[in-house]
Design a binder for this molecule. Structure first.
Ligand SMILES: *[C@@H]1O[C@H](CO)[C@@H](O)[C@H](O)[C@H]1NC(C)=O
Ligand SMILES: *[C@@H]1O[C@H](CO)[C@@H](O)[C@H](O)[C@H]1NC(C)=O
Ligand SMILES: *[C@@H]1O[C@H](CO)[C@@H](O)[C@H](O)[C@H]1NC(C)=O
Ligand SMILES: *[C@@H]1O[C@H](CO)[C@@H](O)[C@H](O)[C@H]1NC(C)=O
Ligand SMILES: *[C@@H]1O[C@H](CO)[C@@H](O)[C@H](O)[C@H]1NC(C)=O
Ligand SMILES: *[C@@H]1O[C@H](CO)[C@@H](O)[C@H](O)[C@H]1NC(C)=O
Length: 328
């Protein structure tokens, strides 16, 4: 029979080998010692005490088993392998690791944080290196971010959208494009020149199509210009002015009006008929049957002699006499 101090030492060594989590369920009693110390029971064998089990096996719930964080390699309990250890089977690797191409590695979309494999981080989460960030994100300024021409769709960085592409938010659009009306497009003051957003062109600049010209301008004859009814104020197209409006140039006045003394006016011998300057001269053939021509209410008007009607006094008048008899 062995002295009891030897047994204690033996247990102490085993506990150190397996770590502090080891629990020994049975109490050593001299009968056990006598019968079991050299019995060397194999894995899964029924046991009463740990020292009955072979090698590094321990007696747990009545069976010889490997202690926590150890696995049976066929002949022995061996410590689970950690990140990057060589391996042949998943079971050899630490719980969260998998044996991939002969080394213990984290599964896809996971990274080794020094202790276990954890899910890779999403957009905007803090990080210390890009390996921690999932879905093609890069660790920049301590935050997981998509590379410049990609955006985060909720699970991965994908390529940004271009002019005319369907979108639900401006972050999806490339360059400085905005998502307006669910379509990626340049800001209002810019147009897409096939590679980037560019400032819209001003009056008299050469153009290929409408969208290139700034607000209120048209691309006509390959030049950005105002509509013929408008003039360029210096910053926009504005409708040409009527008679008597303030002006600095005849270009601001409606056709046939001239800017004189800062007013849009007709020439001396003309009058404004509401649409253009018209000659004040009453044409000889204008008023018939002795009618007299006059300028009234901005138009040439025929004042007919008695008995004639019509804008040229061309109709003979019809007189209707109606008499009333009022009852007394
Ligand atoms: C010691 O072991 C014997 C035989 O296995 C058992 O009958 C006895 O109850 C045990 N004594 C103690 C104190 O555990
Ligand atoms: C031990 O028993 C467990 C549970 O029944 C079983 O999964 C395992 O394969 C056995 N181990 C060996 C080496 O037979
Ligand atoms: C099990 O592990 C032991 C100790 O590391 C080693 O000597 C033995 O060769 C291994 N057995 C197998 C089958 O890998
Ligand atoms: C990241 O953070 C910025 C600023 O706080 C925010 O505008 C953006 O929407 C966030 N992106 C995601 C994908 O959560
Ligand atoms: C993000 O894009 C990937 C690849 O196109 C797609 O499989 C995934 O469903 C998208 N995720 C979301 C939340 O839209
Ligand atoms: C004419 O020019 C003057 C001086 O530039 C300016 O102050 C004024 O507003 C202009 N008038 C009109 C009607 O554009």
């Amino acid at each position: 029979m062995l002295p009891s101090c030897y047994i204690l030492l033996f247990l102490l060594l085993r506990m150190t080998a397996c770590g502090n989590t080891l629990t020994i369920s049975s109490t050593i009693n001299s009968t056990d010692l006598n019968s079991g110390i050299f019995s060397a029971l194999d894995i899964n064998s029924s046991c009463k005490t740990t020292h009955q089990c072979r090698g590094k096996l321990i007696c747990n719930n009545g069976h010889c088993q490997c202690c926590e964080n150890h696995i049976w390699n066929g002949t022995n309990c061996i410590g689970e392998k950690t990140f990057k250890s060589l391996c042949e089977h998943n079971t050899e690797c630490d719980t969260t690791l998998f044996c991939i191409y002969g080394t213990c590695q984290c599964a896809q979309m996971h990274y080794w944080n020094g202790h276990i494999c954890v899910s890779k981080k999403k957009s905007n989460e803090t990080c210390t290196n890009s390996n921690e960030c999932g879905g093609k994100l890069l660790c920049e300024d301590g935050v997981c971010r998509c590379p410049i021409d990609l955006f985060w769709n909720g699970s991965i960085c994908i390529i940004k959208k271009y002019d005319g592409d369907f979108c639900s938010s401006s972050v999806e659009c490339a360059d400085n494009m905005e998502c307006r009306d669910s379509i990626c497009q340049c800001p209002e003051s810019e147009y897409w020149d096939n590679s980037k957003c560019t400032s819209k062109k001003s009056v008299k600049d050469a153009c290929m199509k409408e969208g290139e010209c700034g607000t209120s301008l048209y691309c006509a004859r390959n030049v950005c210009q105002c509509a013929s009814s408008d003039y360029w104020t210096g910053s926009m197209c504005s409708i040409k002015k009527d008679e008597n409006a303030l002006c600095n140039s005849s270009l601001e006045c409606k056709v046939t009006l001239q800017c004189r003394r800062n007013l849009c006016t007709c020439c001396e011998q003309d009058f404004w008929n509401g649409q253009f300057c018209e000659k004040k001269i009453c044409a000889i053939d204008k008023c018939l049957n002795g009618g007299r021509c006059e300028i009234a209410s901005n138009r040439n008007t025929c004042l007919c002699t008695d008995g004639y009607l019509g804008d040229k006094c061309q109709y003979a008048g019809i007189y209707i006499y109606i008499s009333f008899t009022f009852p007394k």
